[in-house]
Design a protein around this ligand. Structure first.
Ligand SMILES: [Cu+2]
Length: 122
């Protein structure tokens, strides 16, 4: 019976190890680029606001805030699905400095967040 027990434990250990290998292989999604790029000084208001990720990210919150602290509407089309390319459309934006804050859920289940800013010149 000892050999059966060892066999069962061995199979359990092997299964646990493969789970460990799998979770190790899928690290959380990383932000690669933003639109506009962080710190960009633009001549005109951007047509879109976005982030790209190396793996799918479910964006749970996106907020565009002006220097006066006022938040501006963003129209998103992703339906909160996990995407590698997130894009949202701003309305008309006056010259000034803007910050984008986002939160998301990585494909490995980890919550992520980030922010970037840009300036629209006069
Ligand atoms: Cu992660």
């Amino acid at each position: 019976m000892t050999s059966f027990r060892n066999g069962a434990l061995g199979a359990f250990a092997a299964a646990a190890m493969s789970v460990a290998v799998l979770s190790g292989a899928s690290a959380h999604s990383k932000k690669e680029t933003t639109t506009p790029p962080d710190g960009a000084v633009l001549e005109a208001a951007p047509q879109s606001i976005g982030m790209s990720f190396d793996k799918p990210m479910r964006i749970t919150l996106i907020r565009l805030t002006g220097a006066d602290g006022e938040s501006h509407d963003l129209e998103r089309t992703d339906d909160m699905a996990p995407v590698r390319e997130f894009e949202a459309t701003p309305g008309d934006l006056a010259p000034g400095t803007y910050t984008v804050d986002w939160r998301g859920l990585s494909d490995d289940g980890h919550p992520m967040e980030g922010s970037f800013s840009f300036e629209i010149g006069n």
